[in-house]
Design a protein around this ligand. Structure first.
Ligand SMILES: *Cc1c(COP(=O)(O)O)cnc(C)c1O
Length: 401
């Protein structure tokens, strides 16, 4: 007999749960795309996107997923043959590097493995050794969605400054924007890329490239294609130039509502604190269950973990059993382990991820954790007691800002 006849929940690291309010905002007839309500509404989106990334600089919107934003950021700043340094702390920095290589860029890699953050000291050494300034840019993720490590972006900026290096600093915040604290201008980031389907709670299909004055200066040497060019998108005289064609009308209504919720109702500081609290509740459960070695967080040091997503390593077969039980019996979809083992090997079933980005509250968190505990019990998997109550205790006392 199955109990799985209720509302299902997605707890993968993107797409995230879409609020009903966002879905309802999208449920409407197509608007006039030449003037009137849509055009006025879109103007209000840009300041809120800036608030989310804590920047006063420009942001271009693309009708694309995160891969599109990766390509757009590179196309506007770099030329075929340029050399850039790609920092990898999991899978996603490497993915951006692959896109760069496909565009004819040379991409030496500074790799920190699958369970550590980027070491600013190492970055400083590499940049100091680049005495001719051959490296035109440094690429990194803030959060790697596979390892679930969070890099210290301010410290990496300091490393670039200490090396007195002129490279453009480009940061992928696709997993972390509106989940983990991010201060683009204060931290001295030149280009930020983000997507709409994770912390911004909108169906996949839009992405964002923020760029400061230094990035605009870099751009003067490049000739991006008509479609990726961020200039008309941000200096538009005619509305359609913002999108190089028809606007993604319904996505924009959805995003408007998501930004109302995040920026105007909750406030971005509260959003970060909520995610911090919910993440700590998830980790408290993992710690509680893991007492007998059943599982542990992939990143040992809590200060280096993302507040958006957690990768969990388990004993043999445990992760596979948990994922399957949650999906089939519980109505909960958990994330697969990415880059921590090869698919089809026994190790594959020793990793899973919990996405806790975006639209999350204590009820949703406890539902995810409760379902995982039921899976552990259903399979008689040896685990520590008290995982759920540990989470409840954290949720009762939110992190202070
Ligand atoms: C999800 C994600 C991407 C890829 O985004 P897509 O929309 O799937 O192209 C890139 N980087 C990070 C850090 C991500 O979490």
């Amino acid at each position: 007999m199955s109990l799985n006849f209720g509302r299902t929940q997605l707890a993968i690291p993107g797409p995230s749960v879409i609020p009903d309010r966002v879905l309802n905002a999208m449920h409407r007839p197509s608007p006039n795309i030449y003037h009137g309500e849509l055009v006025d509404m879109v103007d209000t989106i840009f300041p809120d996107l800036r608030t989310v990334a804590q920047t006063k600089h420009k942001v271009a919107i693309y009708i694309a997923n995160g891969h599109g934003a990766w390509e757009a950021a590179l196309a506007n700043t770099l030329n075929r043959g340029d050399k850039i340094l790609v920092i990898t702390t999991g899978r996603f920095g490497a993915g951006w590097g692959e896109v760069a290589r496909s565009m004819g860029l040379e991409t030496p890699i500074l790799d920190f493995g699958m369970d550590a953050d980027a070491d600013p000291q190492k970055l400083e050494e590499v940049l100091k050794a680049d005495t001719n300034g051959d490296l035109k840019a440094v690429l990194t993720v803030q959060v790697d969605t596979a390892s679930t490590v969070r890099n210290d972006i301010a410290a990496l900026r300091t490393a670039i400054d200490n090396a007195n290096h002129d490279a453009l600093f480009m940061v992928d915040c696709i997993a972390s924007l509106a989940c983990d604290r991010y201060l683009m201008d204060e931290w001295g980031v030149d280009v930020t890329v983000a997507g709409c389907q994770k912390g911004l709670m909108t169906p996949a299909g839009m992405s964002f490239v923020y760029f400061n004055d230094k990035a605009e200066t870099f751009r003067q040497n490049t000739s991006p294609s008509f479609y990726w060019d961020w200039q008309p998108r941000t200096n538009d005289e005619i509305f359609y130039q913002k999108f190089a064609g028809t606007a993604p009308t319904h996505h924009l209504y959805g995003l408007r509502t998501a930004l109302d919720m995040l920026v105007h109702e909750e406030g971005i500081e509260n959003v970060w604190t909520r995610h911090e609290t919910i993440a700590r509740a998830v980790w408290a459960s993992i710690d509680g269950w893991g007492i007998n070695g059943a599982m542990r967080h992939n990143i040992r040091d809590p200060k280096k973990r993302s507040n958006a997503v957690s990768a969990i390593n388990t004993g043999p077969e445990i992760a596979g059993k948990i994922r399957k039980w949650c999906e089939e019996e519980g109505g909960l979809t958990l994330g697969i382990g990415l880059g921590l083992a090869e698919m089809g090997t026994p190790e594959w079933d020793q990793h899973f991820r919990i996405g806790h980005m975006g639209h999350q509250n204590p009820t949703m968190t406890m539902a995810v954790l409760g379902c995982i505990e039921s899976a552990l019990l259903a399979h008689n998997i040896d685990h520590g007691d008290g995982g759920l109550s540990a989470a409840a205790r954290i949720l009762a006392r939110p992190a202070s800002q």
